[in-house]
Design a binder for this molecule. Structure first.
Ligand code: AMP
Ligand code: ZN
Length: 323
């Protein structure tokens, strides 16, 4: 008793609810429980799952059963029509009928009926998972929520069934909700994700860039600008053809951002004269964009490379650098 009490009260670190739930299940089941039972108990606390099935209840089954006049709805409560006319024996008979329908359906379709809700079939290795979460700074890479508030999962950016690779570049940390939403709401987008990131334009010079690249990852690539404004002026582009910054997806922004950090380290290591950077996107002809495949300029700056650098990118409008 003392050992368990001290553990629960003082030693148990609460990064989530899992530990006390598991101990509780064991306590309630004579000290022994299989992982299925423990998982089901954790699930009973997961409001995101409950929310999901509340949606299904309201929008799918609820609607169909109401249309067929099997149920009535009063606010959040469903009522079986004419329930009061049923006797106990009839109720049991109807329950058995429902059970038979469920069993037959599962027997016919197998586990396929839950395939759309399934996470990566093979869990991502612990060491890679650690690196992905560390790289994401313990936050969801879509909504930014911290791992202390919502459990984070390691997600394939390009899904495996679209030939997404099992490499760190193709992983992102997503919270449970963002990952479920990605899977459930934009089902069509999701199914086309592999195709989306494969998009290339035949006439685009950056889609067809064949010369030396400096660095790349799953979704972005970096090469030297052909007409550099300073030595080692780099362009970082999404591999997918898209017009400008505002067409980028969050995973592409993350991919470009990662390359930016890697290139910064590489540049300041190999070239000690670099003492600053200008980073920027031109969006639209009026803002000076000349190549309409989104690209980010990473421009190394050096002491006294211009007489008066004050204002930096403010100088895109002549004489407005100073304020
Ligand atoms: P922007 O004016 O922001 O659209 O920038 C286009 C950039 O692409 C310019 O900095 C050009 O120097 C650069 N550029 C144009 N053609 C090529 C090319 N074939 N290879 C590499 N960079 C290029
Ligand atoms: Zn392109």
């Amino acid at each position: 008793m003392e050992r368990l009490k001290t553990f629960i009260e003082q030693k148990m670190s609460m990064s989530h609810i899992y530990q006390p739930v598991m101990i509780k299940v064991l306590l309630k089941n004579g000290g022994i429980a299989n992982k299925n039972l423990i998982a089901k108990n954790i699930l009973s606390y997961d409001f995101s799952q409950v929310e999901y099935y509340e949606g299904i209840t309201n929008n799918m089954v609820g609607r169909v059963l109401r249309k067929n006049e099997v149920v009535l709805k009063h606010k959040n409560v469903f009522e079986l029509k004419d329930y009061s006319s049923l006797g106990n024996k009839e109720i049991s008979e109807l329950i058995t009928l429902c059970d038979q329908k469920i069993e037959n359906y599962i027997a016919k379709r197998g586990t396929k009926i839950w395939e759309h809700r399934r996470r990566n079939r093979k869990p991502v290795k612990g060491s890679i998972r650690y690196l992905v979460l560390k790289r994401a700074d313990g936050r969801c890479e879509l909504c930014g929520i911290s791992k202390d508030e919502k459990a984070l999962e390691v997600d394939h950016i390009t899904p495996k069934n679209k030939n997404g690779k099992d490499i760190i570049d193709n992983y992102q940390a997503l919270c449970y909700t963002c990952n479920s939403n990605k899977r459930d709401t934009d089902d069509t987008d999701f199914r086309n994700l592999g195709v989306k990131y494969d998009l290339r334009e035949t006439n685009c010079i950056f889609c067809n860039y064949k010369r030396e690249t400096i660095l790349e990852n799953e979704l972005a690539i970096a090469f030297y600008d052909k007409y550099p404004v300073t030595l080692k002026h780099i362009l970082i582009i999404p591999k997918r053809h898209c017009e400008n910054y505002f067409s980028l997806s969050q995973p592409e922004i993350n991919a470009i951002n990662r390359l930016t950090h890697e290139l910064k380290s590489k540049l300041i290591t190999e070239d000690k004269t670099i003492t600053g950077f200008n980073i920027g996107f031109n969006v639209g002809e009026d803002a000076g964009q000349t190549v309409f495949h989104c690209h980010m300029h990473l421009i190394p700056r050096r002491k006294s490379d211009v007489t008066n650098p004050k204002g930096g990118i403010r100088n895109i409008i002549p004489n407005k650098g100073k304020y």
